[in-house]
Design a protein around this ligand. Sequence first.
Ligand code: NAD
Length: 355
Amino acid sequence: MNHLIPSQELENKITALFIKAGSAPSEAQQVAANLIMANLSGHDSHGVGMAPRYVDAILEGNLSPNTGVAVKVDTGMLLGLDGQHGFGQVVGVQAMEMAFERVAQHGACIMSLSSAHHLGRIGHLAEMAVARGWVSLHFVSVFSRPVVAPFGGGDGRFGTNPCCIGIPLGFGANAQEPFVLDFATSRVAQGKMRVAHNEGRQVKPGTLIDEHGHPTNDPGVVVVPQSNGRMGALMPFGEHKGFGLAVACELLGGALSGGGTWHKDPDGRRAVLNSMLVIVIDPARLGTQMSFAQESLAFVEWLRQSPDAPGSDGVVLAGEPERAARKDRLQNGITVDHATWQEIEGAAQKLGITL
Ligand code: NAD
């Protein structure tokens, strides 16, 4: 049975869980609100279903509650930060706010953040920048277990390495809702395989290979160890192009930030660490604010005028599906599938509470 829960009630329960796990109340609330925002945005893979994993990571010593970023390098426009295994929902926001101070001063900032615990939905961070009228680019590596196969390869070698680009559309009285492109470079996010597995659903052909490197539609191959003790793998999106972007995320997000890259066999660890390279630009300081706004609006209007392809719902711009989901779910509540809810209750029991 699925559970339909008003978002505020769900946030209160998840906050209580993280307080019991060791977070200060403000941190617990910030992490819970971020997870709820992912659910509201339609990305259940990065919503409250992550909470039991975070609790395990705390209990296993791989996630440090109440930890902020450490500054490794600060030359003004260049900011090198270490997330110190703190909650990604906290150190990610802190790192963005530090980058924003630099953008206000210099017009742009290149910021790296290494070794944050799971940053969750990266779009959340880009939305913070576009709300200020700024462009934000994010290249992120995932240090957890190698769940994505290289294009042409037969087993998992790296993570779902998300890429995100936030662009404000217009400004002032002519501002429209922003473009927020935010996706895993795997064909689908790993968390969506967990949700599909929990719901007993098969996934689209071309998404997965099994533990022997053969195509399969069973999401369980990347959720639970298979007969030979190994796991299957997700495929990158867009064949060699998506694979190339995934490698760029590992090199920029992982290697350039100092967070490291994945180059070893799975070791059974359950923590998820993210490292990220971020570039934030103030269009006003680049001297193109007026033309940037005009050209952006003209272009998206041009796209919207394209006739609907047969059988399609027409042209959609990145960011629109998330905003539509938010409107709906804020009003009607968030559905949490039974298996996910049981995992959340299991995490609460480990901590000696009931939700
Ligand atoms: P997805 O495949 O649902 O793609 C989402 C993106 O595509 C959004 O920008 C959305 O607005 C856009 N979009 C959706 N439908 C569209 C359409 N019809 N036309 C045009 N644009 C459309 O996302 P995903 O790959 O499953 O990723 C989901 C989330 O997982 C993201 O928020 C990502 O940041 C997050 N993620 C995080 C990590 C991590 O380690 N922290 C790893 C992987 C993914």
